[in-house]
Design a protein around this ligand. Structure first.
Ligand SMILES: [Zn+2]
Ligand SMILES: [Zn+2]
Length: 166
C-alpha cells in the first residue's frame, strides 16, 4: 500500500496481533485499518513501542497539506482538524473505516496524553462530524462499526494504553 501523503510504499508491521502500516521510508505516518482497530482492545506493548519510535520523528509533511485519498479505496478522506492541543488531527475514510495519522500528530499524543474526560469529548467530536458520503449516512450497520472503530482509536490515545497498571 502506498502512503496517501508521500506515495512511498508503507510497511506492514505486526505488533502483537495488531497490524499497522507505517510510512517508514517517508513521512512516518501511520495507517490504521478498520479491522485492526477493532483488535486494538487490550493494552498492546508492542504497538506502544512502535509508537515511541514514531514519536521521535519530526513532522515531515506540510502541516497544511491538502486532502488525501484513502490508500485502500482511493476516495477522499475526511480530515478531522482541531485547535485543541490534546485533540489529534486525523484523516478518516468513511468508506473503509481506516485512519491516517501524521507523524507530527503522534508527537501531540506523546505530549498531551488524554484523560478519561478528554477522551470522551474527543470521541464525541469525531462521531458528531457526520460522514460526507451518502452511503455512510444511510448505512446503519456501517455507522455502528464506525462508532466502534472510533472508540478503539480514541482508547489508544490514552495514557493508560501505554503504561501498565493505569
Ligand atoms: Zn508517507
Ligand atoms: Zn478507505
Amino acid at each position: 500500500m502506498l502512503c496517501p501523503v508521500c506515495n512511498k510504499e508503507m510497511l506492514k508491521q505486526d505488533f502483537g496481533g495488531v497490524v499497522v502500516d507505517l510510512c517508514t521510508n517517508g513521512c512516518k505516518g501511520i495507517w490504521f485499518d478498520w479491522m485492526e482497530l477493532c483488535k486494538l482492545d487490550e493494552q498492546n506493548e508492542g504497538l506502544a513501542n512502535a509508537m515511541k519510535e514514531a514519536l521521535n520523528s519530526p513532522r515531515v509533511n506540510d502541516e497544511n497539506r491538502g486532502k488525501i485519498n484513502c490508500p485502500h479505496c482511493r476516495l477522499p478522506m475526511h480530515t478531522h482538524k482541531y485547535e485543541s492541543a490534546k485533540e489529534v488531527n486525523v484523516d478518516e475514510c468513511y468508506n473503509c473505516g481506516g485512519f491516517f495519522i501524521d507523524s507530527g500528530e503522534l508527537r501531540i499524543i506523546r505530549d498531551n496524553f488524554m484523560g478519561e474526560e478528554d477522551r470522551d469529548a474527543y470521541r464525541k467530536k469525531l462521531l458528531d462530524s457526520l460522514p460526507d458520503y451518502k452511503a455512510g449516512q444511510s448505512d446503519i450497520e456501517k455507522q455502528k462499526l464506525r462508532t466502534e472503530a472510533i472508540s478503539r482509536f480514541t482508547k489508544f490515545l490514552r495514557l493508560s494504553y501505554y503504561i501498565k497498571g493505569r
